[in-house]
Design a protein around this ligand. Structure first.
Ligand code: SF4
Length: 340
C-alpha cells in the first residue's frame, strides 16, 4: 500500500558514503520521508560494538550502531544486500549478510528492505530489477519509479562530477550535490571534508581507503583536516577519474575481484605515477580481510616506486594521540624525501 508518510531509515555508514545522493533522491522523489542517522559519535560506536560480533570490522560495527539508533524512529529500514555493483566484481562478503545479522541483533527491528543488488553479469538489468524490487516492497510501481530513478541518477552523476572537480583540495562534499542530503539529516550535519583551498607550497599527499572510513570524521579522527593542517594537500580516490583508476589496475598481473579493492589499488597505482605526489597514506580498518591483501600489495608497489607510504589501521580502541604522532612523523619526513 502506498504511504506518503512512510518514514524510511538510512544508516549513515558503509555504502551510504558511496550512494547517499542516489538513495536519498530516489526515496524522496517517491514521497517517502527519509531519516538519516546522525554522524557517528561515541554513543553510536559503543552501541554498535555492543551489538555486533567481535570479529566484525569496525565499519560493520558502526553500521549496527546507526541501525540501532534508527530502529525506534522509522517504519522501515533500507539495508540493500550488496553483492555486486559492476560487472565481474564483488562487494565484500560481510555486506551480503548484513540484513540478516541486523535482524538477529537489533531488537526490536523494523522491517528491512533488503533488496539484492547484483550486477555481476548484467549491470543494467541487475540494477533495474533491484530498483523495481526496492520500490515495490513499499507499494510503488511503474512510471513514478522510473521518474524517481532518473532523478536519482542525475543527482548522483552530478555529485560524482563534483567529487572529481574537488581534486585540487580533496573536497568531497557528500551531500551538497544532494540538496536532499542536508534536508533529511535531521540530527547532525552532513559529513563534509574541509574544502578550503590548500596553502601555497603545500605537499601533495594521496589519502586512500574506503569512503566510509575517510569521510566518517569520527572514525577517521578527521585525518584529512589534520593532514591539511600539517601542510598537506590531499587527493582522494573520489577525486580521480574512474577510467584512470581502471587503467592503472591493468598493470596488475591478476585482476582484483573486489570493487573497493580495485578502487584503492588503482588509486595508489595512479598516484605513484604522479611526480607531484609526495607520499601516500592508506587508512584501513582492523579486521578488514580485503584490505589486508590490497594494503600489502599497494605498499609494495609504492615502495618499489620510491613513494613514501603510511599505513594507518584503526579500530574502536585506537587512540588519537598515537595517530597524530605517526601522521606528524610522516608529514615531517616528506619534505626531506621529496626534495632529495
Ligand atoms: S571491505 Fe573491509 S572494512 Fe569494508 S566491510 Fe568488508 S571487511 Fe569491513
Amino acid at each position: 500500500m502506498k504511504n506518503k508518510k512512510l518514514r524510511l531509515g538510512l544508516p549513515r555508514a558503509l555504502f551510504y558514503y558511496y550512494y547517499a545522493p542516489w538513495w536519498e533522491t530516489f526515496w524522496q522523489a517517491l514521497g517517502v520521508e527519509v531519516v538519516v542517522s546522525p554522524p557517528t559519535n561515541k554513543e553510536i560506536m559503543d552501541l554498535g560494538v555492543s551489538l555486533a560480533v567481535a570479529e566484525a570490522c569496525l565499519p560493520v560495527k558502526i553500521y549496527y550502531g546507526h541501525t540501532a539508533w534508527l530502529a525506534g524512529q522509522v517504519d522501515v529500514l533500507f539495508v540493500p544486500r550488496l553483492v555486486s555493483v559492476e560487472k565481474k566484481s564483488f562487494i565484500c562478503p560481510k555486506l551480503m549478510g548484513l540484513p540478516d545479522m541486523l535482524r538477529a541483533a537489533v531488537k526490536p527491528c523494523p522491517p528491512i528492505i533488503d533488496t539484492v543488488i547484483n550486477c555481476v553479469r548484467q549491470p543494467q538489468e541487475g540494477l533495474a530489477a533491484a530498483v523495481e524490487d526496492m520500490a515495490g516492497r513499499v507499494g510503488f510501481r511503474g512510471r513514478e519509479v522510473q521518474s524517481a530513478r532518473e532523478a536519482a541518477q542525475e543527482r548522483y552523476l552530478c555529485w560524482l562530477e563534483r567529487q572529481q572537480m574537488g581534486r585540487a583540495n580533496g573536497a568531497t562534499d557528500l551531500t551538497s550535490a544532494s540538496a536532499a542530503g542536508a534536508a533529511v539529516s535531521e540530527t547532525g550535519k552532513p559529513g563534509l571534508i574541509d574544502s578550503a583551498p590548500a596553502q601555497a607550497g603545500s605537499l601533495k599527499v594521496g589519502l586512500v581507503g574506503h569512503a566510509y572510513l575517510i569521510h566518517d570524521r569520527f572514525l577517521s579522527m578527521d585525518i584529512p583536516a589534520k593532514v591539511k593542517k600539517m601542510g598537506g594537500e590531499i587527493t582522494l580516490p573520489e577525486n580521480l577519474p574512474p577510467d584512470q583508476i581502471a587503467l592503472a589496475c591493468r598493470q596488475l598481473p591478476k585482476r582484483l575481484f573486489w570493487t573497493l579493492g580495485q578502487k584503492i589499488m588503482g588509486s595508489v597505482l595512479s598516484l605513484i605515477e604522479q611526480d607531484s605526489i609526495a607520499g601516500i597514506i592508506h587508512l584501513t580498518a582492523f579486521g578488514c580481510g580485503p584490505d589486508s591483501l590490497v594494503g600489502d600489495l599497494a605498499e609494495r608497489y609504492a615502495r618499489r616506486r620510491g613513494t613514501p607510504f603510511l599505513l594507518l589501521t584503526i579500530d574502536e580502541h585506537t587512540g588519537e594521540a598515537g595517530v597524530n604522532t605517526r601522521l606528524e612523523a610522516f608529514m615531517d619526513m616528506l619534505p626531506r624525501r621529496y626534495s632529495a
